[in-house]
Design a protein around this ligand. Structure first.
Ligand code: 2IP
Ligand code: CA
Ligand code: CA
Length: 377
């Protein structure tokens, strides 16, 4: 398991490099932000470069993990499909080839002959990142790769990634929107029960290098299985309880906003972009809970950060299920699982967290918000 964790940290850093390259290299950045509308649309051009950036990152992760852990190859899923259609209506299966040159040649077909952009992307895909520091000593978990599956969100909060507003972050404070909300999420679950057991989160755009070297990122990881709970984020110290703090999507239902406004002081009811970023805020203790009353997140959004929360003694529950339960306390029956599709739905919706969710570190905070929301939704 320590081997798998080290590999995931490394591929997540590589993914972050690709995300940064697409922002920092002018030929790629222009593809990322260009508007293609109506008659002006050059039909010969790539349709949607942001989707390509996502597909490329996901395939790179799938490739690298599949090479080292072949038993997992069939169980590496993600938000994107690797079939990409270019502006000519041609379908190309985007894969990472064994050499940089081959990958560049393949990407050039999707990018409709733009060799400069294709070469820049291929270079980032094939570059080995600097070793990612992680103290994984003593991490011996008795699971084999054939028992595990993976969920990848190559870039969460894509809209923030594209808009790319640069924010100076204040230590210990939640910042509602901007590039820092974009995250690479890689979660590992147990195939038999669907429990999330390992998660890696990479935040590619955390701060600008003061020496002018561009964006620098951060990473977080956690493992929770069979009594082993290890997380790169430390447990909060028991201090005075300064009242409940909540983070929501700005598009949350008014009734939920109203109920919570009665529970929290106004500065403790916060809004932020990115499902992954909001769960990260709970992991870091910037908010006690993240509540979402709609089924607008998917398994790939929650799996990785869920594993970190479990390692910290918290979790992510299905809101609808939890509201129907009578007992309080830490009952795992409402926790989200990751192995079974919702057969009543089609396409990506089969993997939606349909009942909404609550992410929490401290079970008593979860109980407080559940009690307040009972009968209101
Ligand atoms: C999105 C992204 C959005 C989030 C939505 C996710 O993923 O995280 O920001 O909405 O739920 O599915 P909100 O910001 O309102 O919480 P992606 O960017 O990968 O499509
Ligand atoms: Ca997402
Ligand atoms: Ca995404």
């Amino acid at each position: 398991m320590a081997d798998l964790l080290r590999l995931l940290l490394k591929v997540a850093e590589k993914a972050a490099n690709v995300a940064r390259v697409c922002k920092q290299e002018a030929p790629l950045f222009q593809l990322l932000v260009q508007e293609k509308t109506g008659d002006d649309k050059n039909k010969k051009f790539v349709q949607d470069f942001k989707t390509l950036a996502d597909v490329v990152i996901q395939e790179m992760i799938r490739h690298d993990v599949g090479v080292q852990f072949p038993d997992m190859a069939e169980f590496i899923h993600g938000e994107e499909s690797n079939k990409f259609e270019n502006g000519l209506g041609e379908s190309v299966i985007v894969t990472v080839c064994s050499t940089e040159e081959e990958t560049a040649a393949l990407l050039a077909t999707v990018l409709d002959g733009d060799h400069t952009a294709a070469s820049l992307l291929a270079k980032a895909i094939h570059q080995d990142p600097a070793t990612v520091e992680a103290n994984t000593d003593g991490l011996t978990v008795s699971l084999s790769p054939s028992e595990l599956g993976i969920w990848i969100d190559p870039i969460d909060a894509t809209s923030q990634y594209i808009q790319g507003r640069e924010k100076e972050l204040e230590e210990g404070r939640l910042s509602p929107s901007g590039l820092h909300c974009a995250l690479v999420l890689i979660g590992v679950y147990l195939r038999s029960t669907g429990e999330p057991i390992m998660g890696v989160i990479n935040q590619p755009f955390h701060h600008k290098d003061p020496a002018g070297g561009g964006w620098k990122g951060r990473h977080f990881w956690g493992v929770s299985w069979d009594g082993i709970n290890v997380c790169s984020v430390s447990q909060p110290k028991d201090g005075e309880d300064r009242g409940l703090s909540v983070v929501l999507s700005s598009s949350e239902k008014q009734v939920v906003k109203d109920v919570l406004a009665l529970l929290c002081s106004s500065d403790k009811l916060m809004y932020a972009s990115g499902a992954g970023y909001k769960i990260l805020c709970v992991i870091e203790g910037l908010a006690d809970v993240y509540i979402l009353s709609e089924g607008s997140t998917f398994k790939w959004d929650s799996c990785a950060p869920h594993a970190l929360l479990r390692a910290l003694g918290g979790g992510v529950v299905d809101l609808t299920k939890r509201l129907q339960m009578t007992s309080e306390g830490q009952d795992h029956t409402a926790e989200l699982t990751y192995h079974e599709p919702d057969t009543e739905c089609k396409g990506a919706d089969r993997w939606a967290n349909r009942g909404g969710l609550v992410a929490y570190r401290d079970c008593s905070k979860l109980n407080t918000v559940i009690a307040a929301l009972k009968g209101k939704l």
